[in-house]
Ligand binder design. Structure first.
Ligand SMILES: Cc1ncc(COP(=O)(O)O)c(C=O)c1O
Length: 425
């Protein structure tokens, strides 16, 4: 593994342009400091594995923040991208392109409720579009005063201004105020909090079926159904943010299937592109009609190469029965984490999640240390807070990979308990 970056001889040779200093050092110098960078530079990846510039192998339990459900550099995705870029990459949205139309059709067929799609480049950009779509639909149908959107405390919908205004986390919002007006927040799994927040201005409710960045907080089935009924009764649009939960992550193509509800608008991104940038808004005919030429757009949204990758991702799911197959490692990882919870009662507070979207919350702030030690032991882990690790492995993860993780956690937690690191700070 690359060290913390002072001097790394292998890094120095990786690229002629960077040979004097190394990628890590030059990255620290030339890239804005928006991420707490880990002291490793990955050079190669295949399915659930990554290799750093020194040739060390790692197992990925993060999927690059949940965008590689079909695995890194999936060969079927690579072939589709290569084929597309050799023909045309960016036809412009004033013309239809085959891969974009095909992907829209596949998404509509897959969801059933979806009849029309708008493509963006990222999750946040798709959320922005969904906010505009909901406001436009509501003001067309009612009046210009009916534009407010309710989202939930601890949610995460992205970093752009509309998405950030919906993201009800003070620590992410407070440095950038004033935010966009027209957002109100309610407590997750508390229907009376939603009822009290709704007013005559409310046009939509935006919710993640499982809050990802917020720490893997699962929406109750009862609450989701109450929410759906409330929205239907008051003609408020239910917008599901399935950017992280989509594409097999929770043992279903989309998490809403676990709730037996149907959204009015669904936003997806991340794993749809198999590593390529893409986002999409999916909705029914009636709501989609609010968008007419000139109301919304995106130069690169629905880029032919990203859409070809998306088509390959959906074909891969179908051909390899990936949603069904992912249930077994999902159950296994959950059972391993539960065993650790049982064994390390002093350290582990809770195990949460569904499918391969799981979290382990500790009683003390050990998550950062576990990420660091994980890297040293060939495991790519992710913390969503100082107390919580989140697991979002590629869905192709296997028993051996999970056993290695369990062994590492077992050994490390044993050490923590022995050295008193499990104690509440
Ligand atoms: C649920 C959810 N919504 C929105 C976003 C924003 O997506 P992006 O980073 O592609 O803009 C994320 C990203 O982590 C997310 O998890």
């Amino acid at each position: 593994m690359a060290d913390s970056g002072k001097s790394n001889s292998k890094n120095k040779n990786i690229n002629n342009n960077l040979k004097n200093t190394g990628i890590y050092e030059e990255g620290m110098k030339f890239l804005m400091n928006t991420y707490s960078r880990q002291p490793v530079v990955f050079e190669k990846a295949k399915m659930q594995y990554l290799w750093d510039v020194e040739g060390n192998k790692y197992t990925d339990f993060t999927s690059g923040y949940g965008c590689l459900n079909v695995g890194h550099s999936n060969s079927e995705v690579i072939a589709a991208i290569k084929n597309q870029v050799s023909k045309i990459i960016q036809p412009s949205n004033i013309y239809f392109s085959e891969s974009q139309v095909l992907l829209a059709k596949l998404l509509c067929n897959l969801t059933g409720f979806g009849k029309k799609v708008f493509f963006a480049n990222s999750g946040a950009e798709a959320i922005e579009g969904a906010i505009k779509l909901a406001r436009k639909y509501s003001t067309d149908k009612y009046n210009k005063e009916r534009y407010e959107i309710i989202s939930f405390y601890n949610s995460f919908h992205g970093r752009t201004f509309g998405a950030l205004s919906a993201t009800a986390q003070t620590k992410k919002q407070s440095l950038f105020e004033p935010l966009l007006q027209g957002f109100r927040h309610a407590a997750l799994n508390d229907i009376s909090s939603v009822e009290n927040t709704i007013n005559e201005k409310t046009c939509a409710i935006l919710i993640e079926p499982i809050q990802g960045e917020g720490g893997i907080n699962v929406t109750d089935k009862k609450f989701m159904n109450e929410l759906r009924n409330l929205c239907t009764k008051k003609d408020i649009l239910l917008i599901l943010d399935e950017i992280q939960t989509g594409f097999g992550r929770t043992g279903a193509y989309f998490a809403y299937e676990n709730y037996d509800i149907v959204p009015d608008i669904m936003v997806v991104a991340k794993s749809l592109g198999g590593g390529m940038p893409i986002g999409a808004i999916i909705s029914n005919d009636e709501i989609s009609k609010a968008f007419v030429p000139g109301t919304h757009g995106s130069t690169f949204g629905g880029n032919a190469a990203s859409c070809a990758a998306g088509v390959a991702v959906l074909n891969y799911f179908k051909k390899h029965n990936l949603v069904e197959k992912s249930k077994k490692p999902g159950r296994y990882l959950l059972s391993c984490l539960k065993q650790l919870e049982e064994k390390y009662k002093k350290s582990v507070k809770e195990i949460r999640g569904i499918g391969l979207m799981l979290a382990i919350e500790f009683n003390s702030p050990v998550a950062g240390e576990l990420v660091k030690l994980g890297l040293e032991n060939g495991l790519v882990l992710n913390k969503v807070s100082d107390f919580t690790l989140r697991f979002l492995p590629p869905l192709v993860i296997n028993k051996k990979d999970i056993d290695n993780l369990t062994l590492f956690l077992d050994k490390t937690l044993k050490g923590f308990e022995k050295n008193g690191k499990d104690e509440k700070k």
